[in-house]
Design a binder for this molecule. Sequence first.
Ligand code: DON
Length: 318
Amino acid sequence: MENSAPKDLQKVVELSLNYAKSCKNTGKVASYIPELENVDPSALGIAVVANNKKIYTAGDCETLFTIQSISKTISLILALQTAGTEKVFSKVWVEPTGDPFNSMIKLETKTHIPLNPMINAGAIAVAGVIDTPFPFASFLELTRKLCNRDDIQISEKVYLSEKASGDRNRSIAYLLKSEGVLEKDVEEVLDVYFKMCSVEITAIDLAYFGSVLANDGVNIFTGERLIDNSIVKIVKTLMVTCGLYDGSGEFAIDIGIPAKSGVGGGIVASVEENFGIAVYSPKLDDKGNSVWGIKALEYLSREMKLHFFAGAKINEYY
Ligand code: DON
């Protein structure tokens, strides 16, 4: 017999949306890339891809927004797939910084090798080692597969806006070049980085990606292995330790799910062998993470006992 309420997942997803919206949203839409301001600040979308092969959604789950820093997980996967672990980890480390995502202070005070691939410096270093003839085309192809949608595109407007306002990233990249971390032409690498950040996705797309991560690299709908499990392990571990920048520790304690955020307002999360979850809401806290998105994830984690140390009984929802 099928379980119904109170273990009805669709209901829980809807309640997570109501809960998030009942919380005061003190965040601000990112404006340092001017084009990112052109969004509905009150949008909130939630999507869950479950291992029973059903998708549960609420709110603005089909609204397009740019992937931004969530691309850092996909570019890392691509770099590991094409250049290999040794090459990638000669250019970037795997330690949390405790600093904002666009900080470059530790490149001077600690190590000229970026501390992890989830911050801008690390992602620029990673973009520089992707070993295919056309790195952005390879990135787009992989993103389409991971998100299970073959017409995912770049937002030309956001890309141009990123490029025009990207001087901080430019300074990081030139510093990396001067230290020999970047081997390729700086503007060429930055162009790939800006394009990757500007790819437009929805919460549903990202929930599919979360599901691939939850299933050790396999798309449960097609059975196709998209990522080697050794790479999935690296990416999910980095999501836990660095996925929400200098908010990662608090997120790990409160919510306890591997996740990655972006300044577009998205967060992708992955619950082992069970759920890919994504949220979208563009108002961000002072660390660059979606305020309502975190609230919705907090509700889901609490209600469904998804925290990695909470002893989830997830099959109650199937
Ligand atoms: O490079 C940047 O600043 C943006 N394109 C991406 C930053 C980002 O998403 C950080 N996220 N929270």
